[in-house]
Design a binder for this molecule. Structure first.
Ligand SMILES: NC(=O)c1ccc[n+]([C@@H]2O[C@H](COP(=O)([O-])OP(=O)(O)OC[C@H]3O[C@@H](n4cnc5c(N)ncnc54)[C@H](OP(=O)(O)O)[C@@H]3O)[C@@H](O)[C@H]2O)c1
Length: 236
């Protein structure tokens, strides 16, 4: 689980441990204390065996021999890290622009490349990647984040097709608004789905492959958004 301290990742871990009898977790995250809190909960409440790894995706995006991820074999790999960053700042600050790209795309590519090896895709396994509806259409308010998520979706679509007909599945989750620090103060709570609901929906059909909008009705919203004229989109 990469980005295990994210709200959605925590909800999926708890749901896996509580209702799917999952006993083994490897939690990869930037925040050591928050990651350890989740480890403690999984160990004490669900008797799970948990290992931790601390990673900053900004470091993962620059290639040195020291930060090539080492990935063991697991049944399910989840990529749930991501950050809106400071969208206003990124318009004029190259460092912020590149950091948003690193957290949402280039840093993640190093991990996915290490996960999806030739050997691994010939065995049973699953990769779930959190992309976003923001990647479907450029908007003035968050185009660095949107572009990075768009690149991530395209990368994963190619990967999904490469894995077609093989035991290893790739699932691209284009999520709408989720109630988390990412949406706090930006999107009315009423429009956000609960992270526990996200976990339940995903774990209802764990073997799904390919792209899915979550919840499903974002398929309809995005259909409309994609055909909207620029004069309307530019105000969003
Ligand atoms: N919330 C939404 O409405 C929404 C909608 C569509 C898609 N998504 C996507 O769904 C996923 C989960 O979202 P969420 O709302 O649960 O997020 P969240 O609670 O805001 O958590 C974001 C996660 O990204 C990690 N992260 C940020 N910068 C990092 C860095 N430099 N290195 C490593 N990790 C870093 C954070 O780690 P720290 O704990 O160290 O900060 C945290 O684990 C993300 O990919 C997000 O883009 C969310």
């Amino acid at each position: 689980m990469l980005g295990s301290t994210s709200t959605v990742a925590k909800a999926i871990c708890i749901e896996l441990a509580k209702n799917h009898n999952c006993k083994r977790f490897h939690l990869v995250a930037r925040n050591k204390n928050s990651n350890h809190e989740l480890t403690h909960r999984l160990e004490t409440s669900f008797d799970a065996l948990v290992t931790e790894e601390i990673v900053d995706l900004i470091d993962s995006s620059s290639l040195t021999s020291l930060n090539i991820p080492k990935v063991d074999n697991y049944e399910l790999y989840i990529i749930a890290a991501g950050s809106l960053g400071k969208a206003e700042l990124a318009r004029k600050d190259i460092k912020e622009a590149l950091e948003i790209t690193a957290v949402n795309y280039t840093g993640i590519v190093t991990w996915i490349t290490s996960i999806v090896t030739k050997e691994r895709i010939s065995q049973k396994g699953m990769l779930w990647v959190f992309c976003s509806v923001a990647g479907d259409k450029g908007r003035p308010s968050n185009y660095h984040y949107g572009a990075a998520k768009s690149a991530l979706s395209t990368f994963c679509e190619g990967l999904f097709l490469r894995c077609q007909g093989r035991p290893f599945s790739v699932r691209i989750i284009k999520a709408g608004y989720i109630n988390s620090p990412m949406t706090k103060g930006k999107v009315p709570k009423l429009l956000c789905i609960d992270p526990r609901t996200v976990a339940k929906i995903l774990l209802k059909k764990p073997n799904r492959r390919g792209t899915e909008y979550l919840p499903w009705w974002w398929t309809l919203i995005m259909f409309i958004v994609k055909i909207m004229p620029h004069s309307i989109i530019s105000k969003l």
